[in-house]
Design a protein around this ligand. Structure first.
Ligand SMILES: Cc1cc2nc3c(=O)[nH]c(=O)nc-3n(C[C@H](O)[C@H](O)[C@H](O)COP(=O)(O)O)c2cc1C
Length: 208
């Protein structure tokens, strides 16, 4: 059986979304997936970044750990899992810029039938975790991705995360994802890998 190819593409400034991404990767690998972890790059100027203490340093560190996502990554993948911190209740411009750059692949029908899933982090409990994840359901639908939510398909969902995807509340970036939130994230990785595995068998005949 061929390993399902999973692209996890996230943006993170302070590490919460990064921690969820790593747990999702672990879950996907444990389910037999081959994973590429990619961090979307900043789109603002160095001057703007310098105004927020630590932004430049943290971005430099994370960019050393994770390559920049490319079009080829999306074409390679059987499943794409998008991760983003919340920005005013919605997706970050950094992740959205990557998604908008997939227009060429979309036009050529090359993303149609791949699996899509989302995860994210907010500062406060009702600060927009769910609205952010749901805002990504729109581009996933347009790209023709088969959206995989979590539902309550694992007992961990009764204590953390959301039915739409793994989440974390960072309380002004003072708290890292806890054991239960990471358990939900690992479940998301396993679930996406297993759905991708099933869909890739005979996918061409099915979706074309
Ligand atoms: C411009 C801006 C807008 C934000 N908007 C929200 C928001 O609407 N709701 C919220 O709870 N947190 C908001 N945050 C906080 C981040 O989403 C939160 O700190 C998140 O956990 C950071 O994830 P990271 O550690 O992966 O960067 C905002 C942060 C910035 C810089």
């Amino acid at each position: 059986m061929t390993a399902p190819k999973i692209l996890i593409v996230f943006y993170s400034r302070n590490g919460s979304t990064e921690a969820l991404a790593k747990a999702i990767a672990e879950g996907a690998e444990n389910a037999g997936g081959e994973v590429r972890l990619r961090r979307a790059r900043e789109i603002v100027s160095a001057e703007v970044m310098a105004k927020a203490p630590g932004w430049t340093e943290k971005a430099t560190e994370m960019n050393e750990r994770y390559p920049m996502p490319t079009e080829e990554d999306a074409e390679w993948a059987d499943a794409i899992i998008f991760g983003t911190p919340t920005r005013f209740g919605s997706v970050t411009s950094e992740l959205k810029a990557y998604i908008d750059g997939l227009g060429g692949l979309w036009f050529a029908g090359k993303l149609n039938g791949k699996v899509g899933s989302v995860f994210g982090s907010t500062s406060s409990t009702h600060g927009g975790n769910e609205s952010t994840l749901l805002s990504l359901y729109n581009p996933m639908a347009h790209l023709g991705l088969i959206i995989v939510p979590l539902g309550y398909a694992d007992k961990a969902l009764f204590e953390a995360g959301t039915p739409y995807g793994a989440t974390h509340v960072s309380i002004h970036d003072t708290v890292s994802p806890n054991a239960k939130e990471l358990e939900v994230a690992r479940f998301q990785g396993r679930r996406v890998a297993s759905v991708a595995q099933r869909l890739t068998t005979g996918a061409e005949a099915f979706f074309n």
